[in-house]
Design a binder for this molecule. Sequence first.
Ligand SMILES: *Cc1c(COP(=O)(O)O)cnc(C)c1O
Length: 354
Amino acid sequence: MWEDNIRRVVPYTPGEQPGRRVIKLNTNECPYPPSEKVIRALKEADYESLRLYPDPLCLKLRERIADYYGIGPENTFVGVGSDDVLSMCFLAFFAGKLPVLFPDITYSFYDVWAAVYGIPCKEIPLAEDFSIRLGDYPHENGGIVICNPNAPTGVVHPLSEIEEFVKKHDESVIIVDEAYIDFGGESAVRLIGKYENLAVVRTMSKSRALAGLRVGYAFGSKKLIGYLNDVKFSVNSYTMNLPSLVGAAAAMEDEEYFQEILGRIIKTRSRVSEELRSLGFRFRESGSNFVFVTHPEKDAEEIFEKLRERDIFVRHFNRERIRNYLRISIGTDEEMVILIKALGEILGKKGADE
Ligand SMILES: *Cc1c(COP(=O)(O)O)cnc(C)c1O
């Protein structure tokens, strides 16, 4: 009988985290370590103050992030990874009766948050080429979530299109999830002073190599961030622990290393894209740290299994429209050489560079 009172949900399925050393190209982590400055700040942190609660306002970290982007700390919110930030955004911004809109193919956590919070939602199909059909979003809605570059497709929309969209839907809160924007694409952070209804959500998990630290952040108008804070302080005041506050602040201070690893990943992505094309894979140019590929002659799930047998993990989504696709994170050059060789063997071809 007690089970009648349980909130039953179908949870999000995160990518596998195997406990052994494999070539791990399945959850879009950064293949390079975090900045030395982060490691040093973590080593030198004042751990005696762990007996105290951390700053509930996370002011120093918010100031550091705000300075970096040239906005105010009152326009900045931080959370336990962008999953926490997005979850709080769903809870705070989508309390209306009309359905919240997002693409049919996008980050598969959105419909999970909608379900757990009882938010009505509606999926708007992507175009055949996986572009987001921004013109198809009805004016009547309870809010909109757009991921740019989109996941798992990697497709980027130019900032001009995003601005046009935000301007047109001025009666809705628009969340732009920019988890991958550093890898290609122009951030909507510049628009927050202009549109009160816009929230831009970012993460340190991908481009700043800190998935394990769990730090995400959001930008918005002072009013919108105020509503977000009211909900956060109604759920958990002390979301950010001491190491994450210290480490994340340090991550914003090593621009040189940040640009260096971004450059490396982008260079590897362009080389690997060419090699995948010569193996017959088809895909759109990616603006993120992964490629989303399909092969006309070989079933994606079969390739997935055969890579797995070789301890190479990529991501396959058992979902309509994308069952025959694989999402492959960009790893180090060494890892990608092994991947390409394995794919060549699986497809019964010689290695790409032979
Ligand atoms: C990885 C990812 C996130 C969440 O990342 P966190 O590790 O929780 O910061 C959010 N949105 C998209 C589209 C992602 O790919």
